[in-house]
Ligand binder design. Structure first.
Ligand SMILES: Nc1nc2c(ncn2[C@@H]2O[C@H](COP(=O)(O)OP(=O)(O)OP(=O)(O)O)[C@@H](O)[C@H]2O)c(=O)[nH]1
Ligand SMILES: [Mg+2]
Length: 373
């Protein structure tokens, strides 16, 4: 997942790592290294292994041990020394100044932009990395990569962890019925995500109703009905071309009358630029006020998804986002940018077409993924 971004971050890590190595000065050797040269010269006594002992007791002819030629013996000693010398790690320290980082940070910003991370978000990450690395005297052991990786992880974590929000906890504790409306442009995975969440809440022991609020696209009501039937949750639906606000209102009335815990309302895909359809969305939210509005978009859409999230959020206040199709080869930038730009968390990642292919989003997990081997 997010392999392109991973590769770019790793390239940056190597670049800064070698810059640090270049600037680092040894200050003192670490204590536990080679104590004396004699110790290396003295032959190491090796006690025979139990297998060898057995062999020596048997009647079988034992192969005569050849004397080790002088030259080879020397080489062995050299090899032994080389091995030990490798453990000789100097405590080092470095100070990086802005000039050292100018070029690698520029490369980092380009890499982030190429990975579909929005400009303001890339700038925030770069400035955080710079703040962490420039100017301070840092002590290092042998692994410069860790210092760079930690700086990047902190920077990305910070931009992603805006208003972390646990949907399961919210739904569990909120007054019932909890009403959640799903919005986004066409084909991003709203209906599929509703199906996945219906199953999730049902598995948690809650009763769920889905509202067929997409009365616009032919086949949309049937599509939701098939999911509802498979999962075993009730669907409230009207005729095609009916008023979506009326369907969703009915679903809420039904839920209140029957003590249903959660109502998940589908809506038709619409372009964020279509003023009439955005007005219709506002009407849905007035007539049947949601507790949460979830914006759904595809991870592969990159910066377009970020732009749309911002515009939907302007029309109706979103509570968070679901990013779908992360199983396809997305660059990963949208996940980082959407949370930062909207100030609302990513709630789940869609990772496939099955009902269980939904992963609760955790910024720490995401950041770790980006640096996993
Ligand atoms: N691979 C993959 N496919 C997904 C994922 N989520 C949804 N899809 C597929 O994307 C397609 C569109 O999904 P829908 O749920 O119908 O999208 P929608 O937003 O409701 O679409 P409209 O109602 O037309 O606006 C379907 O073929 C889904 O199976 C995902 O996480 N991974
Ligand atoms: Mg749909």
């Amino acid at each position: 997942m997010f392999n392109k971004l991973k590769a770019k971050l790793s390239g940056f890590k190597d670049k800064i790592g070698s810059k640090i190595d270049e600037k680092a000065v040894a200050i003192e050797p670490v204590e536990e290294v080679v104590e004396s040269l004699e110790e290396l010269e003295s032959p190491v006594e090796v006690s025979p292994s139990p297998e060898e002992e057995v062999n020596s007791k048997t009647e079988l002819p034992v192969e005569e041990t050849k004397p080790v030629p002088e030259e080879e013996n020397k080489n062995n000693k050299k090899f032994g020394f080389a091995q030990k010398a490798k453990a000789l790690v100097f405590e080092r320290e470095f100070i990086l100044d802005e000039d050292d980082l100018e070029e690698p940070l520029w490369d980092l910003e380009m890499a982030l932009l190429e990975s579909d991370i929005a400009l303001s978000v890339s700038e925030a990450i770069v400035s955080s990395v710079k703040g962490q690395l420039v100017g301070t005297r840092r002590r290092i052991g042998s692994n410069t990569g860790n210092i760079v990786e930690d700086a990047l992880k902190n920077a990305i974590y910070d931009v992603m962890s805006a208003n972390v929000f646990d949907l399961d906890e919210f739904v569990k504790n909120a007054e019932k019925p909890v009403h959640i409306v799903f919005i986004g442009i066409n084909g991003t995975g709203k209906t599929t995500s509703i199906a996945k969440l219906s199953k999730r809440f049902k598995d948690q022991g809650m009763s769920v109703v889905v509202a067929a609020g997409d009365t616009f696209r032919a086949g949309a009501i049937d599509q939701l009905a098939i999911h509802a039937n498979k999962i075993g949750v009730k669907i409230i639906k009207h005729q095609e071309q009916g008023d979506p606000a009326a369907v969703i209102y009915d679903a809420m009335q039904h839920a209140k009358a029957h003590d249903v815990d959660v109502v998940l309302s589908d809506t038709a895909g619409r372009m964020h630029t279509n003023i009439n359809l955005m007005e219709q969305l506002k009407k849905v939210c007035r007539v049947a006020p949601p507790d949460l509005i979830i914006f759904v978009d595809e991870a592969v859409a990159g910066n377009d998804a970020v732009e749309r999230a911002a515009q939907f959020n302007d029309a109706v206040p979103i509570s968070g986002s679901i990013l779908t199709k992360t199983d396809a080869d997305s660059k990963g930038g949208a996940a980082i940018s959407i949370a930062y730009i909207t100030g609302k968390p990513i709630l789940f990642l869609g990772m496939g077409q099955g009902y269980d292919d939904l992963r609760k989003f955790d910024p720490q997990w995401f950041v770790d993924q980006l640096f996993a081997e």
